[in-house]
Design a protein around this ligand. Structure first.
Ligand SMILES: Cc1cc2nc3c(=O)[nH]c(=O)nc-3n(C[C@H](O)[C@H](O)[C@H](O)COP(=O)(O)OP(=O)(O)OC[C@H]3O[C@@H](n4cnc5c(N)ncnc54)[C@H](O)[C@@H]3O)c2cc1C
Length: 475
């Protein structure tokens, strides 16, 4: 890696190793968490240095959220063409040209990257390109340059994990390589039925591949409400996506023509590719954190609710902090730290109030507590639920999707959880997170008017039902 550099920005400030400038904030890592902190801190008038070894935007922009959602959009178009006769339109899906799909995907990423670079430079953030290392609580070393700050923010993100005995290479890939494939595989095995696994399974199936998911836990998207997993499994079955749940991976062997995956039950599956999607681990090794005395747990940086590490002046955000690994959590945490340093005393984030969307087809979206978690918190008699079937929702019928909206309410109290499955329900999470985070009562939401015909109406209808005045709900 280089030292501070030839950056893509207009006026790179190269600090003098003999006389390093003291910034208000030095940010190590320019992904969702790091760049959000840098932008907000600069906006608040703090002087900021941002250290990034690759491209500002991090995993989300270059290897995560954005490119995968571009693939999922292309997949939706392929499905629309394939299924068009259902709607009386006789289109024909001739082929999927991965060069064209990748060009479209890379174009989206490049435009957003350029915009982000422009934001960083317009806010006069000192940008240092190169791998940074924490050499003192207030100092990051980049090549031969040391940059110091009154506060330092660690935001070095995460990497794809693998399993013991499973070496990434050749036909065994992670999401990083999956995003760059120049062809649609004929047969794929996806190891891991979590968010990343089911999203790629969905894309490849839409593009025409034969897909099998292997998940060690007893259901797909196991972090979600059990009813959502069941509905997703039903939908995947209908789409011809095979899955084996409750079974563990044993070993994989690749040859010139395929990869053989053996499961602990003795079964062997064969495919062109094996996608390893078994979660992401913190990217913290070798950056000096332990040497400076930062408290860590299995590679994660421990931070309190104000995102302070145990070392005064050092904060941490994003995927390196235990919790949900989501870009918008990183953004919110980054903004929090910037506002904290500017003396605005922001309110700490509530982890369960962070919205979650799995963007496969159909989508799964949720915010707040699952029914099981709510029962644990409020007791079995302290919780009420309602499930509104999308069968009663006009727009969902028009789209040809099935699914539901499930609400979890503290008895006689606010809505504490919203859980949804169905095409495009990710778009309903905005209203859902307002409801949960503003602790709205079903009776209050039931008074609000939802435009007809929209899928948002399903949220309104579910609240009408929970408020005891169901409209389009069958007994
Ligand atoms: C396939 C995939 C799909 C995803 N889809 C979604 C989604 O739809 N929605 C969602 O919310 N989340 C999604 N995520 C998760 C999301 O990408 C992460 O939660 C988010 O990027 C975390 O942000 P971060 O700032 O913690 O880390 P990162 O984005 O990983 O950024 C860390 C940055 O630090 C840099 N860096 C690391 N070490 C150093 C060092 N020593 N010196 C200098 N720079 C360094 C890296 O180059 C990187 O740019 C997805 C992830 C993947 C892999």
């Amino acid at each position: 890696m280089n030292g501070p550099s030839t950056t893509p920005f207009k006026e790179p400030i190269v600090s003098d190793p003999q006389n390093p400038p003291v910034h208000d904030l030095v940010v190590l890592g320019g992904g969702s968490g790091g760049y959000a902190a840098a932008l907000r801190a600069a906006e608040l008038g703090l002087s900021v240095a941002l250290v990034e070894r690759d491209k500002v935007g991090g995993t989300c922009l270059h290897r995560g959220c954005i490119p995968t959602k571009a693939l999922l959009h292309a997949a939706e178009l392929a499905d629309a063409a394939r299924e068009s006769s259902r709607f009386g339109v006789n289109a024909h899906l001739e082929s999927v040209d991965m060069a064209g799909v990748n060009k479209y995907k890379d174009g989206v990423v490049a435009r957003l990257h350029k915009g982000l670079q422009g934001l960083i430079s317009s806010r006069k953030i000192t940008y240092l390109e190169g791998e940074g290392r924490l050499v003192a609580p207030d100092t990051v070393q980049v090549g031969s340059t040391r940059v110091t700050g009154r506060s330092v923010l660690l935001a070095t993100g995460s990497n794809s994990r693998s399993l013991p005995g499973l070496t990434i290479g050749g036909r065994i890939i992670t999401s990083d390589q999956a995003l760059g494939l120049d062809r649609v595989p004929e047969k794929v095995i996806v190891l891991g039925g979590g968010v990343i696994g089911v999203e790629f399974a969905s894309v490849w199936r839409s593009f025409g591949a034969e897909v099998t998911i292997v998940e060690a836990l007893d259901r797909l998207v196991p972090m979600e409400e059990a009813a959502c997993s069941k509905a997703l499994e039903r939908a995947f079955r209908r789409r011809g996506i095979a899955f084996r749940t409750g079974v563990r991976f044993s070993q994989a062997e690749q040859s010139s023509h395929d990869v053989a995956v053996t499961l602990e039950n003795g079964q062997t599956l064969r495919a062109d590719l094996l996608l390893v999607a078994v979660g992401r681990g913190p990217n913290t090794a070798g950056f000096g954190y332990e040497q400076v005395g930062i408290a860590m747990d299995r590679g994660f940086v421990l931070a309190d609710e104000r995102l302070r590490t145990n070392v005064p002046g050092v904060f941490a955000v994003g995927d390196i902090v235990p919790g949900m690994q989501l870009a918008h959590r990183g953004f919110a945490q980054g903004i929090f730290v910037a506002e904290e340093l500017a003396g605005l005393s922001p309110v700490p984030l509530v982890e369960s109030g962070i919205p979650r969307v799995t963007y496969c087809e159909p989508e799964v979206a949720s915010v707040g507590l699952t029914e099981a978690a709510a029962r644990k918190q409020h007791g079995d008699d302290g919780v009420q639920t309602v499930e509104y079937n999308l069968g009663g929702n006009g727009k969902s019928q028009i789209l040809g999707t099935t699914g539901f909206v499930k609400l979890v309410r503290q008895k006689d109290g606010p809505v504490v959880g919203v859980h949804m499955v169905g095409s495009r329900v990710g778009e309903l999470i905005g209203e859902s997170q307002l409801i949960v985070n503003w602790e709205a009562f079903p009776e209050e939401v039931a008074q609000l008017i939802h435009a007809h015909p929209t899928q948002n109406e399903a949220l309104g209808e579910a609240h009408l039902a929970l408020a005891g005045k169901p409209l389009h709900t069958h007994g």
